[in-house]
Structure formats: structure tokens, C-alpha cells
Design a protein around this ligand. Sequence first.
Ligand code: PLP
Length: 425
Amino acid sequence: MNYQRFFEEAIDQIHAERRYRVFADLERIVGKFPRAIWRSNGKAEEITVWCSNDYLGMGQHPDVVAAMQKAAGNMGTGAGGTRNISGNNHPLVELEHELADLHGKEAGLVFTSGFVSNEAAISTIAKLLPNCLILSDELNHASMIEGVRRSGAEKKVFRHNDVGHLESLLQAAGRERAKLIVFESVYSMDGDIAPIAEIADLAEKYNAMTYIDEVHAVGMYGPRGGGITEREGLAHRIDIIEGTLAKAFGTLGGYITGTRSVVDAVRSYAPGFIFTTALPPAIAAATTASIRHLKNSQAERDAQQCQVTHTKQVLADAGLPVMESATHIVPILVGDPELCKMASDRLLGVHGIYIQPINYPTVPRGTERLRITPTPFHSNALVAELKEALVETWNALGIPYRTEGHTEVPKSERIVSLLVPQSGG
Ligand SMILES: *Cc1c(COP(=O)(O)O)cnc(C)c1O
């Protein structure tokens, strides 16, 4: 048995499918967001990042950086162990209160990442419920799919955002059976939003529990940054609201919020919570500073929405195939994996603009795209530069422009996601 051979072949397979990924070597610069230093072939140059999930630039906010430095200075770097062994570090207790308050829930529980929070919470909740049926949106994130799998519960996948399909599945299961509906508020690759009110109505009608991933909405939507559920006044109608601390809040970690009993059950039963070291106090303190800032400040959200609208307009006016999106996510359709990779390489190498190509399996084949995320720090001048660079790239590589109206991805293409876990984010 030649073990190395197997790994080489596994990599060759990805090369053959032309989806081998290379990560750019980047160094962000505090005070100059979204600029970063890019190192390649022994050279270092400054570039502009257009695909960061640090959506509001909170990762460099002076209050957040100061809170992290202060806590590290006072309490050191690591947490010193799992919470079972080392107890709660105080900043984590404060953070969980902050999160419960953000969503108007009784309790919150923090995990080491958003991925872990979904995997641990969904699997634990569905495992505890007897004969639970999970109803899962077909475009759910890989971490949710992992949670569904690990639960061992029966699952039915409903067509993306299709409440008619969801209702037929609920009806078939009947009111008596335990049911958990898992879905996202903002879907991160298309930027569309779930019909949350209708899903909550169905959950009520058929007596199902609801679990929403607000990872791409917390901090950015709602008057206090409580997400789409806050914006639409629906937080109280959803049982478990999950989020990340690593995107708009700019640090690291994930969480769930819900009733005291659900959260306590996950705390007490989930291996992904119990058997791993807690978040360091400095990260918890920085996150609390970030959440508190965004609860009180609307400026970042307004500026983000303003630059998003401007970017969509400028790129669409140039004839670029901007895909329809109701949110801060601006996908530009390329429709071919090779071209998508070449476009990304050219933008970086020739124009000093970093946009990661989004290829299968993150999105269905034929819908390969560049996913642009304007922030409050992407000025009109940077938007103008982006447009010029995209147009030059589109011309140089012969990528199709928009034909007419907006660019919509054919619904049938999305079915691929039933077969392959998403790896977006
Ligand atoms: C990024 C992402 C996660 C995972 O969050 P992390 O904190 O990065 O682990 C979960 N759900 C969705 C929809 C995501 O995009």
C-alpha cells in the first residue's frame, strides 16, 4: 500500500476537475481597510480586497482592537481549557448575555466557530427529539448539512425558499411527529432572503421547531444588528437563532440563542461544545465591544447599504452580468470555472484587485461567479476602479456581458446542491 499515492491521486482528481484552490498570501492593514499586502513570487504589493466577509470593517475598529489588546494584557492569550475543566472566563459570560439580548432570547451559547455551532446545535437538538424529522433548505450551508447528518435523524430537503414544498413535507409528517426546520436568512452565494414569516406560520400550523442561520445578516440588518429576523420583527417567532462572530462582528466564534432549556440542553449534550477549549477571553471581549458598537451605531449599516447600491448600479450600467440580489452580496456571473479562475487571477495580477473565484461545489456548475462584498470602506473611487478592472477583464477574456434585464440563475441549476454539501461562506 503506497499511502502517499492515494493523497496525490485525490489532489490530481481536483486538478482534473479544474477546481484546485490556491489561497492568496494576504496581510490586512489596520486603518487602510480594504487595502492589504499581497505576497507572490518574492514580491509584496498593496491591493484592494473586494470579497471580505469582514463586512463592516469591524475587525479593525479601534474599540474592538483596543478591547482585544486590553483583555489579552489583563487575562492572557488562551482560555486555559474547556469550560468543563476551566470554567467560564468572564468575558465569555458577558458575551453570551450580549448575544441573548441582541436576539431577544433567554440565553446564548458561544462555540469556537459558526461551523461548530451549526454542527453541534442541529445534531444535538435533532438527536434529543424522539424520531425527529429535519426539514432542510436545499441551499443550506455545509455546516448545517453536517449537523443534519450527525444527528442521524431522518431528513427531507425542501426546494430553496419554497414554502409550498415545505408545507407538503410538513403535512405528510403530521402535527404529532417532532420536526425541526433548518434554514438561513441571507443565502451567501446568491444574496437572497428566506420567506421567514411564512416559514414561521407553517411551523406554528404544523407544530415544528425552527432553526435559522443568520450568519450573513447579524450586525448588518435590523436597527441593532440583530439580523433579518430583527428587521422584520420575527425573532420571537423563531426558536433558535444562530450566528457567527467572524463576519460582520469581525472576530471569531459562533453561537446559538434560544430558550434557557434548549440552550442548556445543547451545552450539556453537544460533544462539539463540551470537548473543546473555549474561545480566548480577548476574542470574547473584542466581540462584545463590536456587538455593543453595532447595537448603537447605524452608520456602518447605512454606509454599507449605500456603497452596495452604488456598486450594483455602476457595474450594471457597465453591462456586467450582476446577478439579482436583495442584500449586500453582489454576485457577477461568469458561468465557467476556468474563466472564473482566470478572471480572478487577472484582476489580482493586472489590477491589484482581490476577488476569490466561486466555483463548484460552492455553487452549481454553470453558475461560477465573482462574489463582491462592498463595505462602508469601499469608496466611490474604489468602485470606479473596480468597474474599469472588470470591464478590461471581461474584454480580455471574452466573458459574456449581460444580455437584457438582470441576470438570473436558472432554478433547475440549483438542484446540484442536493448532492454536494455547500462549502460557501
Ligand atoms: C461562514 C458560514 C458559517 C460558518 O461560520 P464560521 O464562523 O465562519 O465558522 C455558517 N453558516 C453560513 C451560512 C456561513 O456562510
